[in-house]
Design a protein around this ligand. Structure first.
Ligand code: 5RP
Length: 223
């Protein structure tokens, strides 16, 4: 937790007056949002777009000025967590189920700062099961098509019920174990009818901040 806090608080230092800021989702993004909330109380003036209903609620409690895409054309800086980061700064995201809104916000952002603890930095993506957001209608067929790509898609459950995203969709966690060509896999998954999006984030990351258990924070250099 301390490593996540260090990364989150370091990233908040990049938020400047007048910026439109994307607020990520998850336990690491939580610390960045908390810090941004503190800075707002001290007079920082920003507008923010949240990537989930939970981050929206947290931001509201902290007095952060929230806006929607009806009010802004682009986002200056987004700070978000990740489940895995590879040496090219490609990501697996969606462990917290917010991958679709996170990707919409990342795609609209001039800069994406990824905040992680050291356990998330990997040589190759795929040990973490890849989350895929799927429309409920006909999900059995979509699941079969996903399995044909060489994974074991498992429907995410909560309290013995299918987990529902903020968009009312299901998540299938797909165990690939190793993803040799993230870009190709991203495209093949998204070509399946019934898939809304998947948790591979290719080419969005501008900076990676890593918090470590020895209390240090480092910024990665890209391969
Ligand atoms: C949510 C995400 C999170 O950023 C990711 O799961 C990392 O979460 P945490 O910071 O709690 O480890 O993609 O959809």
């Amino acid at each position: 937790m301390e490593a996540k806090r260090l990364a989150g608080e370091k990233a908040a230092e990049y938020v400047k007056d007048g910026m439109i800021v994307g607020l990520g989702t998850g336990s690491t993004a939580y610390y960045a949002i908390q810090k941004i909330g503190e800075l707002v109380k001290q007079g920082l003036k920003i507008k923010a777009v949240a990537t989930s209903t939970s981050s929206e609620q947290l931001a509201r409690e902290l007095g952060i000025n929230l806006v929607t895409f009806a009010e802004v054309d682009s986002i200056d800086l987004t700070i978000d967590g990740a489940d895995e980061v590879d040496p090219h700064w490609n990501l697996i995201k969606g462990g917290g189920g917010a991958l679709l809104r996170e990707k919409i916000v990342a795609a609209a952002s001039k800069q994406l700062i990824v905040i992680v603890d050291e356990s998330k930095v990997v040589a190759q993506l795929g040990k973490f099961p890849l989350p895929v957001e799927v429309v409920p209608f006909g999900f059995e067929q979509t699941q079969r098509k996903l399995a044909e790509l060489g994974c074991e898609p498992q429907m995410r459950m909560i309290d013995n019920q299918p987990y529902l995203t903020d968009n009312g969709n299901y998540i299938f966690d797909c165990h690939f174990n190793e993803i040799k060509d993230p870009e190709a896999l991203h495209d093949r998954i998204n070509q399946i009818v019934g898939v809304v999006d998947n948790g591979l984030f290719i080419g969005y990351t501008s900076k990676v901040i890593v918090g470590s258990s020895d209390q240090t924070v480092t910024e990665l250099t890209r391969a």
